[in-house]
Write a protein that binds this ligand. Structure first.
Ligand code: NAD
Ligand code: DAU
Length: 359
């Protein structure tokens, strides 16, 4: 059995990855997470008694802690999910993004490289550092542009995207300069269980359930390529097991949807699964002031990972969205835990001065 040091594993994608890794016996897991506002410590409560799972609270930038963990657990791979991940927050507080996504990733790389240099040859050959990144580093597409490929030039537009681009460049440089065994994945928008409700899909599910306005930025025609989170986790595992060193892979759902369509589908499903007398959820749609620098369209060309590694997404958007909404309906305690005071403060900060453009 392999061992992975996973960072940011209490967050949305990391927690789904860890659950799958344990269920499918991919590896034993050491989970290093700072427990920022975006994480609910109860997310992985079901692994409390699992001897193959260890949780450590800490920051990826804490070099002494990270080198102790590497020394003690001798992982076969470091998988870096840890990040500040919300674009709107990066517009209001960009420094946190530079600190974790750029400086934090740098410190994690540096500490991991020092550890790797001291390993015996067989362990050195096996060791991998997989960096989980985003399609936002490529910037924005017009409706007629072809989808992002691995060789599309970087053109990040938000402080979040710029900080992720910075981290990707550092990861790349550690391969080219030091031969450090890195892999990078650039994925499109994920959706699924356990996503913090500041992001479009869970925010809309919870607002719609509670009869609150559904705030659509701008004209609602921005397009994202939605991928079910477990398909992303499978792709990461496959890249880790089979990819050549230094490679980058784009991962996407072949599923471009504009925001109005996505929110319309959520309303329809909720009207069926949790009807409220006299309420059609789509009446809650509210057009509000746009996100500054809002990227118009993302789309991923994932032919490379299909060709090289045989990966394909398994879930379709209809079944994935249904599963996701059902998860939020079935987990009211988890929802209650994340809707804390700090969440309410964020909602107030982000939405109170977005005047209503069209209700
Ligand atoms: P998330 O915000 O849900 O979770 C991030 C986790 O990282 C949290 O548990 C947080 O406590 C932890 N963390 C933050 N700073 C840390 C630090 N300095 N040290 C240790 N832990 C820290 O994010 P997510 O949506 O799960 O995204 C995970 C990764 O995937 C990120 O790198 C993100 O850029 C990337 N990504 C996300 C998406 C998406 O649609 N959510 C798509 C493509 C790529
Ligand atoms: O593309 C991958 C990226 O997807 C990840 O790297 C990011 O971590 C992740 O947050 C996500 O970024 P987006 O900005 O695309 O996701 P978000 O859920 O914030 O917004 C999705 C779309 O919905 C976007 O066009 C903005 C719009 N939106 C969002 C919110 C929160 C609204 O119209 N209203 C809202 O209230």
């Amino acid at each position: 059995m392999q061992t992975f040091l996973v960072t940011g594993g209490i967050g949305f994608i990391g927690s789904n990855f860890i659950l799958k890794a344990r269920k499918e016996n991919w590896a034993n897991i050491i989970n290093l997470d700072k427990l920022t506002y975006a994480s609910n410590p109860q997310t992985l409560a079901e692994l409390e008694d699992d001897p193959g799972y260890t949780f450590v609270r800490g920051d990826i930038a804490e070099t002494t802690l990270v080198s102790q963990l590497l020394e003690q657990y001798q992982p076969d791979a470091v998988i870096n999910f840890a990040a500040e991940s919300h674009v709107d927050r990066s517009i209001i507080s960009p420094l946190d993004f530079v600190q974790t996504n750029v400086v934090g990733t740098f410190q994690l790389l540096e500490t991991s490289k020092s550890h790797w240099e001291k390993l015996s040859p067989p362990k050195r050959d096996r060791f991998r550092f997989l960096h989980v990144s985003t399609d936002e580093v490529y910037g924005s597409l017009s409706p007629s542009d072809s989808a992002f490929r691995e060789d599309t030039p970087y053109a990040p537009n938000s402080p979040y995207a710029a900080s992720k681009a910075g981290s990707d460049h550092l990861v790349r440089a550690y391969y080219h300069t030091y031969g450090f065994p890195v892999l990078t994945t650039n994925c499109s928008n994920n959706y699924g269980p356990r996503q913090f409700p500041e992001k479009l899909i869970p925010l809309m599910i919870l607002n719609a359930l509670n009869g609150k306005p559904l705030p659509i930025y701008g004209d609602g025609q921005n397009v994202r390529d939605w991928l079910y989170v477990e398909d992303h986790c499978d792709a990461i595992y496959l890249v880790l097991q089979q990819s050549q060193l230094g490679e980058t892979y784009n991962i996407g759902g072949n599923n471009e949807q504009n925001n109005l369509t996505v929110v319309g589908k959520i309303c329809e499903i909720l009207d069926q699964l949790a009807p409220q007398a006299g309420l059609s959820r789509s009446s809650l749609l509210t057009f509000v002031k746009d996100r500054p620098g809002h990227d118009r369209r993302y789309a991923i060309d994932c032919s490379k990972i299909k060709r090289d590694l045989g990966w394909e997404p398994k879930e379709n958007f209809e079944s994935g969205l249904l599963k996701t909404i059902q998860w939020y309906l079935d987990n009211p305690v988890w929802v209650e835990q994340v809707l804390s005071g700090s969440y309410r403060q964020w909602i107030e900060k982000n939405y109170s001065d977005r005047e209503i453009v069209r209700g």
